[in-house]
Design a protein around this ligand. Sequence first.
Ligand code: NI
Length: 172
Amino acid sequence: MTILNILKEPHPILRKKSQLVHEVDNNLRKLMDNMLQTMYNAPGIGLAAPQVGILQRVVVIDISKDNEFKKPLFFVNPEITWRSEEVETREEGCLSIPGYYAEVTRSIRCKVNYTDYNGSPQELNANGLLATCIQHEVDHCNGVLFIDYLSKLKKDMIIKKLLKTKKEKKIL
Ligand code: NI
């Protein structure tokens, strides 16, 4: 298993739309395994392939608590087919936006169609934290980050600070 490099905002790849995956093969499973390891290592509860520089619609999520058994979920070509009108506001963070958290309002429930680790089609009804996480990660596949939901002033301020950190650390 390999720990992959997580791209940080601002990075052009994070703003690109990811491509549909045509086949779940061993290469893709290897990518998903590495993404999961990278996410656990960070640590985080969700990671999308564009965050590791791969523009494919692949997402890994695990919202289990530290003291519970791990419950990894693998989503290939996740498509949100329904979002509840009822919304909730949660504090979100992102492995590509380290150190920043902000409240984002999203649907409290959603329905997602996807292909699983074994290549089988699945449908999942999600709510609460999992629903938030799925919407956040599917956004990544469309080049959208949670800071896009903030005011322009707040978003620009965060990007400016991230850019400064990058320059200091020379991680551009
Ligand atoms: Ni994220």
